[in-house]
Each structure stands twice: as structure tokens, then as C-alpha cells.
Design a protein around this ligand. Structure first.
Ligand SMILES: Nc1ncnc2c1ncn2[C@@H]1O[C@H](COP(=O)(O)OP(=O)(O)OP(=O)(O)O)[C@@H](O)[C@H]1O
Ligand SMILES: [Mg+2]
Length: 584
């Protein structure tokens, strides 16, 4: 329950509405208690047999009171529901904001599905607690206490007899509802399984067909689907039991009342009207008893879910910018970087495993650096340290002689154009994909950028040019087109430092040569870092670093590296042979 403390600031913000809603509900409950009393008066008046018109008056009065009660409880519930929706909205917005601040590592170590579940299912459970949970808790307490008091004023013994089975209603409800809940969860999980299987099959349809695995996949799907139905039937069984059980117990209470109350009327201890009034109260008690069981469940689920949400919210982002402190204002606030890059004795570990060892590199402003090396040697990891996707374990990464951890995160990332190894495009028009994170580009600038990335010709063939939708609801780009779009996105930022992580692997060598020619112009006076497996890509760059198993094993220019006759020269020789074979 302590998990719920996190909710207090949200609740406090809506205190007026909450209290208003409570008042409506309390008054509505009070008005409801008048109804059985009116019915008693009506019944008792029958025995006196005076005025048939009185019956009509009673009837109208009952309708009126019922109407007032209905309106009040409508508003009470509505306000409560609205407040709970608004708090849910704020919680979800805060949660998403928090997610966006968390470091890359967090997402790699938590299942995305689980994070999404917290933002959806758990929040829904918390809303259940805030809405029906709180309002029914209040309703139940007020209605229960008031009704019992009124019953006691009529006849204490009869009250004890007739309410004796009522606690059973709460207990049975709690037990059954919990079983239903658990069973429902397993149905949901299995449904997730079924839909994940279908989704993976549709996304991987190419592979499934190419390996003629349709039958096998069909069988796997059938099994998952059968399990889903089996669990659903168990759920239906529990669910079907719930209300009949409630009605049965309520009926039992009514029978006891009929028997004991009937005797009381026969023996003249109470009037027939009072007996009818009693019946009305008993009926009114049934719902609070059920609601009480419900409230217990809502609170348990809500606080368990809140705990899961708190777990995320309490995780502090590990990669944050420097706190802007007033003392450091002797240095003018900068809005751009020059682009000098330096790695000083940099080591980096993923968990316990060190994958970069004592790396030292300096790249002057406006020059270009190539990083080559076998797969898994740590090239991507190294460049990830620049925009602080991760922070170094030892040593320092400097830009313009300042440790990157001392540069405001927004400035740092704005000044780095990073084309990651795996391209990611959003399902929005092409132009928006290119200007991602920027104000929309004007047509001229967009054309320039696309020209630099050699994208112009491709776009001419798209049905709607630069406004063509990308992805599921639009055109599917080829691997090379995706890479060039991603490249255009980085160029459009006009970054001080451009990083291409194997960004042209799906582009043919001729197009690549054209891109490089353009880049030279675009990147004049800026720093470029290019990771590649092709010597042809990097041979004209100013400095080449060869990484192997996280260490720099060779460095120099293309010519000097060839003379070394080491790893690089060997790589070059093989690629030359490959090219000759292609050309012949
Ligand atoms: N998020 C991660 N968590 C743990 N280990 C990782 C992670 N990313 C990479 N590694 C490991 O770090 C090492 C270096 O990986 P990295 O991706 O930097 O290699 P790379 O040189 O870019 O390879 P490639 O040429 O295939 O892109 C590899 O052994 C890899 O298994
Ligand atoms: Mg890589």
C-alpha cells in the first residue's frame, strides 16, 4: 500500500473535484435511505384505508426521491471517473517523459513489452483504484453504516439475523474475483502469445515461405490458439459463477428475513410496513457488501501496479547533462561546437566485459577519421561514446578539449550527426524523416541535402516525391535507400561532427564514391568519422585507425598502413582481388 504514496501529489491537485464528488455520493446515499421509509409509510397507510389518493402521492414522491438520488449519484460517479481519467493521463505522460530520459542501456536490459505493459495495463489498474476504488470505498462505508443504524432502530434482533449471511457475500466475492482476475490474466498473456506469433509470422513471411515452413508455423499457431481457448473456457466458468453466487447469498438473506421478520409481524412486534422497509434496507445492503469485496481487490491490484510503475519512475537516468551552475558563467554559454574530438585512455565495459581497452585518438577540427576492423572489434561501441549513448568506464572523451560529460546533453547531441549502423525510419513522410528533430526544411535545403546523400533520383520515382509516406502505410524503401535517408537526416542537422557507422554498407561502390565526394564539400571545416568494412571508402580519409578486439592495432594513412603490411594491408589485398574478380 505504501506504493500509493506516490499518488498524493496527483490527488492533491484534484482535491476540490474529489471532495465535490464525495459530497455528491454521500448525499445520494442519504437520499437513497429515504426510499424504504417512504415505502413503509405507503404500506402502512394501506392498513388504515383512508385515502386512495395518498397512494398516488406516495408513488410520485418515491419517483421524485429516486430521481434526485439518481442524478446525484450520476454526478458523483462522473466526477470521480473524470478525475481518475485525468490522473491516469498525467501519470502516463509523466511515465513517458521519464522513459524518454532513460539511457539506452535501460531499454536493452528490459523487455520492451514489459515496459509497454506498465504504461498500459498497470496504469489502468491504478485508474481502477482511483475511480471506482475510492468512490466505492466511500459509498460502501457510508451506505453500510447508515443502513445498519436505521435497521437497528427498527429491530436489533432482526438486524442481526438478516445480516448474518452478508459478510459471506464479501468473502465469496473476494475469493471468486481473485480467481477470475488470475484466470483473466493468463487468458491475456496467452492472447499476447497468439498475437505475437501471428505478428512475427507476418513480418517474417518472406523467411517462412522461403523455407516452406507454412505447415510448421500453422501447427505452432494452432497449439497456441488451442491453449488460448482452453484458458478462456476456464475463465468463463469462474465468471459465470460470480453473479449467481451473489444472487444466491442475497436470496438466502431475504429468506431469513422473511422467516424471522414474518414471525415478528405475526406476533405484532413490528408492523408490516416496517418489515417491508427492512426488506428494502437489506436489498440496499447487498450491493455495498459486493462492492466492499470489489474495493479490496481494486486496492490490491492498484497498489501492486503502482509499485511496478514506481520501479520505473524511481530509476534515475544515468546519462544526464551537467547541472547548469551559476558559478561557471565566466565561460560564455556556447551554442555550437568546433568539432575537435579526442579519446584519452578510453576503456569501456558492457557489464563486466571490457570491450575497449585504452584507446587514444585525436581528430582535429575539419579532418576526417576512419575506423576499420573486424566485426565485433568495438567500432560501434567507440563512436557511441561521443553522443553519450554510453559513458566511458575509464579515461575521457573530449570535444573541443572539454569532457563530453561536462557539455550540455542537448548541445552535444545537436552538434553530432550520427548515422547508426541500423537504420530506423519513422512511419511519416520522407521529408519529415529527413528533417527529424529540426524545423521543416525549405525546399531548396531539402534538395541540397538529398543531393548530398544521392537520394534525388530515387525520390523522383516515388509516387508523391518527398511527401511519400514511408513504412507500412507507404512505400517500402530498399536497404540502400533507407541508409541514404538516414544519412540525409544527419547531414540536414549541419553537425560539427558527422559519424557514419557502416552507413553505406548497402550502397554500391559507385554511389558511395559520389556520396563521399559530396560529403567532402559539405563537411569542409567539420569533423567526419567513418566506420567501414571497405578500404575504398576510407582510403582518402586523413587518418585511419585499425581496431582489433578493442585495441588499436595499427594507425596511419592509407599509404603508410599499406607499407606496414599488417591487418589493413591484408584487408586491402583481399578487397582488391574481390574487385578485380567483379570487374573481370
Ligand atoms: N549492448 C551491448 N551489450 C553487451 N555487449 C555488447 C553490446 N553491444 C555490443 N556488445 C559487444 O561488444 C563488442 C563490440 O561490439 P561493436 O558493436 O562495438 O562491434 P563492431 O566493431 O561495431 O562490429 P560490427 O563491425 O559487426 O558492427 C562485441 O563483442 C559485442 O558482442
Ligand atoms: Mg558496429
Amino acid at each position: 500500500m505504501s506504493a500509493l504514496i506516490a499518488l498524493r501529489s496527483y490527488l492533491f491537485r484534484y482535491r476540490v473535484a474529489m471532495i465535490g464528488g464525495f459530497l455528491f455520493l454521500i448525499i445520494a446515499n442519504g437520499v437513497a435511505l429515504i426510499l424504504p421509509y417512504l415505502i413503509r409509510l405507503a404500506v402502512d397507510s394501506l392498513q388504515v384505508r383512508t385515502d386512495p389518493g395518498a397512494l398516488l402521492r406516495f408513488g410520485l414522491l418515491i419517483v421524485l426521491v429516486g430521481l434526485v438520488q439518481a442524478i446525484l449519484s450520476y454526478y458523483g460517479r462522473f466526477i470521480q471517473a473524470e478525475v481518475s481519467r485525468r490522473i491516469e493521463y498525467e501519470l502516463r505522460a509523466d511515465l513517458f517523459k521519464h522513459f524518454e530520459k532513460l539511457e539506452l542501456d535501460y531499454f536493452q536490459h528490459n523487455k520492451i513489452g514489459d515496459l509497454v505493459a506498465r504504461a498500459i495495463n498497470d496504469l489502468t489498474a491504478v485508474r481502477g483504484l482511483l475511480g471506482p476504488g475510492i468512490s466505492n470505498l466511500l459509498n460502501t462505508t457510508v451506505a453500510f453504516t447508515a443502513t445498519i443504524i436505521l435497521m437497528l432502530t427498527i429491530d436489533a434482533r432482526l438486524t442481526i439475523y438478516s445480516t448474518s449471511v452478508l459478510p459471506l457475500i464479501s468473502v465469496v466475492f473476494i475469493v471468486l474475483a481473485r480467481k477470475i482476475e488470475r484466470s483473466y490474466k493468463s487468458v491475456q498473456d496467452q492472447f499476447g502469445e497468439v498475437s505475437a506469433q501471428a505478428q512475427e509470422n507476418f513480418s517474417g513471411i518472406r523467411t517462412v515461405k522461403a523455407y516452406t515452413q507454412e505447415e510448421y508455423e500453422l501447427h505452432a499457431f494452432r497449439t497456441a490458439n488451442q491453449e488460448y481457448v482452453r484458458l478462456s473456457i476456464i475463465y468463463a466458468r469462474f465468471y459465470a459463477l460470480l453473479w449467481p453466487a451473489m444472487y444466491f447469498l442475497a436470496g438466502l438473506a431475504a429468506v431469513i428475513l422473511l422467516w424471522r421478520g414474518g414471525l415478528d409481524v405475526i406476533e405484532g412486534r413490528i408492523t408490516l410496513g416496517q418489515m417491508v422497509q427492512f426488506t428494502g434496507y437489506l436489498a440496499q445492503l447487498t450491493w455495498p457488501m459486493i462492492a466492499f469485496g470489489w474495493v479490496v481487490n481494486l486496492f490490491q491490484q492498484g497498489s501492486a501496479s503502482m509499485k511496478r510503475i514506481n520501479e520505473v519512475m524511481d530509476h534515475q537516468p544515468t546519462i544526464v547533462g551537467p547541472e547548469p551552475s551559476l558559478e561557471s558563467t565566466n565561460e560564455p554559454l556556447r551554442d555550437h561546437l568546433e568539432g575537435k574530438v579526442e579519446f584519452q585512455h578510453v576503456s569501456f565495459s558492457y557489464g563486466d566485459r571490457e570491450v575497449l581497452h585504452d584507446i587514444n585518438i585525436t581528430v582535429e577540427v575539419g579532418s576526417s577519421l576512419a575506423i576499420v576492423g573486424p566485426t565485433g572489434s568495438g567500432k560501434s561501441t567507440l563512436v557511441n561514446l561521443l553522443p553519450r549513448m554510453f559513458d566511458v568506464s575509464k579515461g575521457q572523451v573530449l570535444i573541443d578539449d572539454v569532457d563530453v560529460r561536462k557539455i550540455p546533453l542537448a548541445l552535444l547531441r545537436r552538434q553530432i550527426g550520427y548515422v547508426p549502423q541500423e537504420t530506423f525510419l519513422f512511419s511519416v513522410p520522407l521529408a519529415e524523416n529527413i528533417s527529424f528533430g529540426l524545423e521543416a526544411l525549405d525546399t531548396k535545403r531539402l534538395q541540397e541535402v538529398m543531393q548530398s546523400a544521392q537520394l534525388t533520383k530515387d525520390v523522383e520515382d516515388f509516387p508523391e516525391g518527398v511527401t511519400t509516406m514511408i513504412g507500412e502505410r507507404g512505400v517500402t524503401l530498399s536497404g540502400g535507400q533507407k541508409q541514404r535517408t538516414s544519412l540525409a537526416r544527419a547531414i540536414a542537422k549541419e553537425p560539427a561532427i558527422l559519424i557514419l557507422d557502416d552507413a553505406m554498407s548497402s550502397v554500391d561502390t559507385h554511389t558511395e564514391a559520389d556520396i563521399l565526394k559530396h560529403l567532402q564539400r559539405v563537411m569542409q571545416g567539420r569533423t567526419t568519422i567513418i566506420i567501414s568494412h571497405r578500404c575504398s571508402t576510407v582510403k582518402n580519409l586523413d587518418h585511419i585507425v585499425v581496431l582489433d578486439e578493442g585495441r588499436i592495432v595499427e594507425e596511419g594513412t592509407h599509404a603508410s598502413l599499406l607499407q606496414l603490411r599488417g591487418l589493413y594491408a591484408e584487408m586491402y589485398r583481399r578487397q582488391l582481388i574481390g574487385e578485380e574478380l567483379e570487374d573481370s
